[in-house]
Design a protein around this ligand. Structure first.
Ligand code: FMN
Ligand code: SF4
Length: 388
């Protein structure tokens, strides 16, 4: 049966669910292995974009030997069009702290960090105040775990987990080769769980509400709900928590003004879906997954300009470490400019698509690998707007 669009209120709920210490106490009544099994059973997948099963990530880290392990909350939120973590950090930070503390208990970590993007430094004062109180409460309960704040310096690539560790260690924020994965060698080359802000809050809320309640929402491949940042040509831009599994038609009916010609799902590194595919496109891991960004474009928008903006962004943010991305982003940008000016034939777009296929295979990290998503989806669906 087709899912209907459904608004939910789990993440921001401050009602009876909002006593962080009560949520924590309840969670810690269970053994680390039970918590892992609950998370796996819940089907919770990371909300930062890649969608890895949270319970499995924690299990792999728990299995590592040694007592120096870390929990990191990825609050870099650099994806264009994404602004949901900012609101979570502002409105319900204690739920993030609780998720991190549950993780520390499960994997055996004594230190946790929130890596906050530089542009969110205005949140630091409030976060530090609430964190001081929370850390004190942990101490009173003889829980040997402390959370600290770390500020980024404004690079999109530092949201990539291994670049984030490099940045935290005081180096240039450049992605590492993988493997080893963070569960084995993350921050300080020690086993580390890194999760998105929203993922950690869902962990806390699964402890509070129970696995079955979470599983009632969503689909087989995409359990639960998700916070979406809705922007662009919508009369009601903002942040909405919605059940996973809706179609884009349902989304557009609720959020657009009747003239949506495309929705960019998942930010600049995501895919652009044209109107003719709204009905068949499911928002979730079985369709198009998203870290939360939904940008609506109406018929007044030039998709050439949209693609041009994205490519400029990637060319600017490429860390330059690997050739396919450093050179590829520049060539794609110059390439569509040349096609638009009529200096290259329309068929040159197919050569550029081959370049994105190479980048997908050969680029070192997700930044360069994902440029093919916006490029191909816009070129394939809006070719007439790109050519001369
Ligand atoms: C270029 C790039 C930027 C990223 N930015 C973020 C980010 O801002 N926040 C985030 O949670 N994950 C980001 N990620 C994904 C992280 O590498 C990582 O998968 C995520 O933090 C894991 O958390 P999750 O399992 O809870 O989703 C980014 C990945 C890439 C390649
Ligand atoms: S893909 Fe791009 S951002 Fe990633 S390592 Fe290579 S140059 Fe840097």
């Amino acid at each position: 049966m087709e899912k209907q669009l459904k608004k939910v209120d789990i993440i921001f709920d401050k009602g009876e669910c909002y006593n962080p210490i009560e949520i924590l106490d309840k969670a810690l009544e269970r053994s680390p292995d039970d918590i892992i099994n609950d998370l796996i059973d819940s089907g919770l997948k990371g909300r930062g974009g890649a969608g890895f099963l949270t319970g499995l990530k924690w299990k792999f880290t728990r299995l590592q030997e040694g007592d120096e392990k870390y929990v990191i909350c990825n609050a870099d939120e650099g994806e264009p069009g994404t602004f949901k973590d900012r609101e979570i950090l502002d409105q319900v930070p204690e739920k993030i702290f609780v998720g991190m503390t549950i993780c520390s208990y499960v994997i055996g970590a004594k230190e946790g960090f929130i890596y906050l993007r530089a542009e969110y430094n205005f949140l630091l004062k409030n976060l530090q105040k609430k964190l001081d109180l929370f850390n004190r409460q942990l101490k009173e309960r003889a829980i040997d775990f402390v959370i600290q704040l770390r500020s980024g310096s404004g690079a999109y690539v530092c949201g990539e987990e291994s670049a984030l560790f490099e940045s935290m260690e005081g180096h240039r924020g450049e992605p590492r080769n993988k493997p080893p994965y963070p569960t084995v060698a993350g921050y300080n080359k020690k086993p580390t769980v890194i999760n998105n802000v929203e993922t950690l809050v869902y962990v806390a809320m699964i402890s509070r509400l129970g696995v079955e309640k979470f599983k009632e929402l969503g689909t087989k491949d995409s359990r639960g709900s998700k916070v979406f940042s809705v922007s662009g040509d919508t009369p009601i831009p903002g942040i909405y928590e919605l059940e996973l599994g809706m179609t884009l038609s349902q989304f557009v009916e609720e959020f657009a003004d009747g003239d949506a010609k495309a929705v960019q799902v998942g930010g600049a590194s995501g895919s652009c879906v044209p109107r003719k595919k709204f009905a068949e496109t499911i928002i979730g891991f079985e369709g198009i997954p998203t870290g939360g960004s939904m940008m609506v474009f109406n018929s007044s928008r030039s998709m050439y300009n949209v693609l041009h903006d994205y490519l400029e962004f990637f060319a600017e943010e490429s860390c330059g470490q690997c050739t396919p991305c450093r050179v590829g982003c520049q060539q794609l940008l110059k390439g569509i400019e040349a096609v638009k000016r009529g200096e290259k034939p329309a068929s040159y777009l197919d050569d550029l698509k081959k370049l994105t296929a190479t980048m997908k295979i050969a680029a070192k990290c997700g930044l360069g690998q994902s440029v093919s998503n916006p490029f191909n989806s816009i070129v394939d669906n809006f070719r007439e707007e790109i050519i001369y």
